[in-house]
Write a protein of this length. Structure first.
Length: 149
């Protein structure tokens, strides 16, 4: 009996590679989103630290310090808006990449099912062949006993 060979093995390898590439891209997008969120948190912390420096020092408040604080706050708000839009775009790309990963996994699983069904058919045929050979050997031995006896 010849050994099992899946004729679409090359296609299955390609599907596995496509799935792995899609998952790697998804992981990269998640890292990008985490980086953006960390930058937003750093901006919030910088603004809070700057406000604390202005209001919690023992010196008197000057108009210049308040103007600088307001300018910095406006800059931070603008940066946060820009980063929020970038994060929203990233989330949108993550959702699209999730769809691609699911599609790639489904394509891979389809070929894996075909391979498994082919292997099952091959195993059944191999078992039938083995059974037929065993029956033939038994019948041959039985006929030899009958002729001798």
């Amino acid at each position: 009996m010849k050994r099992f060979q899946f004729t679409l093995a090359g296609v299955l390898r390609l599907r596995v590679q496509q799935t792995e590439a899609a998952e790697a891209e998804l992981a990269a997008l998640h890292r990008e989103l985490e980086r953006l969120q960390a930058e937003q948190e750093a901006l919030r912390n910088d603004l809070l630290r700057h406000q604390a420096e202005v209001f919690n020092t023992g010196r008197t408040l000057t108009g210049e310090a308040l103007v600088q604080l307001d300018e910095f706050r406006r800059w931070v708000v603008g940066e946060q808006r820009r980063q929020a839009q970038t994060a929203a775009d990233c989330i949108s790309r993550i959702q699209e990449q999730n769809r691609r990963v699911i599609e790639a996994k489904q394509n891979q699983q389809l070929l894996e099912k075909l391979r498994d069904r082919g292997r099952q058919r091959w195993e059944s045929e191999a078992a039938r062949e083995e059974q037929a050979l065993a029956e033939e050997a038994y019948m041959s031995q039985w006929s030899q006993k009958m002729e001798a006896g």
